[in-house]
Design a protein around this ligand. Structure first.
Ligand code: ZN
Length: 263
């Protein structure tokens, strides 16, 4: 059979006509308006930097919009929910100002399959705490210290394209264990800090049909969302968390008429 050319083309699937991932980047947008040390890195808001990075990284694979707290319904109307495949969430000072009605709707959308990427201090958001069922609290120290992120699951899509076993952020806020979350479904990144603490900095969860990423770097006084490795992880997170599979049927119902005879 030497030299025989086997035509494998019949085994190749026709390329799917991929729809762009519809991303909404939500930011409370408070610190950037009042603190020069934050404006220095994010003059148009953290959400703008994150959104621009996603556009650059994902190109025509995604459409990206932003939403902020002061907009009507926090920029998260039912229409925006319905048109969002993956929601990025950055909040810190205003967790309690998010209306329960919006949290209810977001929670339901995650169960239905909307991807959620929770960033940094979003660990304390109403939505993340409800999805986790725990306090989600942690240790912290804002001393601008070095953070080294170890890639402990190199096969995971979240770290696709990153070179090396780890990468460093020269200035970061320390987030340390214990981090009161349920055991993640997948633990992808673990951080070490110059002060000696460690933290589960990149983890994933599934709730209902929804895929959730928690990624901890992102303190507002550090230029972390300008870092190319971080930007790559954000783009990877959007791709990974985007809805896949079949429709969600999460509501219970009594089936009084059996699908087939009972005997
Ligand atoms: Zn912070």
């Amino acid at each position: 059979m030497a030299g025989r050319v086997v035509d494998l083309s019949i085994y190749l699937e026709h390329p799917a006509v991929a729809q762009p991932i519809r991303i909404t980047v939500w930011n409370e947008f408070i610190h950037e308006k009042t603190k020069p040390e934050v404006q220095r890195h994010y003059p148009d808001g953290l959400h703008r930097t994150i959104a621009d990075a996603l556009v650059r990284q994902l190109g025509d694979q995604a459409t990206v919009r932003t939403a902020t707290l002061d907009e009507p319904e926090h920029g998260l109307s039912a229409a925006v929910h319905a048109a969002t495949d993956v929601l990025f969430w950055w909040g810190h000072a205003a967790h309690e100002r998010i209306s329960d009605a919006v949290v209810d709707r977001l929670h339901r959308r995650v169960l239905e399959g909307m991807g959620l990427v929770v960033l940094h201090s979003g660990h304390e958001s109403k939505l993340f705490r409800r999805l986790m069922g725990t306090s989600c609290m942690l240790r912290w120290r804002d001393a601008g210290e070095r953070e080294r992120l170890w890639i402990i699951d190199p096969g995971h899509p979240l770290v696709e394209g990153l070179a090396g076993e780890c990468f460093e952020l020269p200035q970061s806020e320390m987030y340390g264990e214990q981090f009161d979350i349920p055991a993640p479904d997948e633990l992808v990144l673990v951080s070490w800090f110059a002060g000696g603490e460690v933290f589960r900095s990149g983890s994933t969860f599934r709730r209902g049909k929804g895929k959730i990423v928690y990624f901890s770097p992102g303190h507002e006084t550090c230029p972390i969302y300008h870092d190319p490795n971080v930007q790559r992880i954000l783009a990877n997170a959007a791709r990974w968390a985007a809805p896949t599979g079949s429709p969600y049927h999460g509501q219970g119902r009594q089936i009084s008429a059996p699908l087939s005879p009972l005997q």
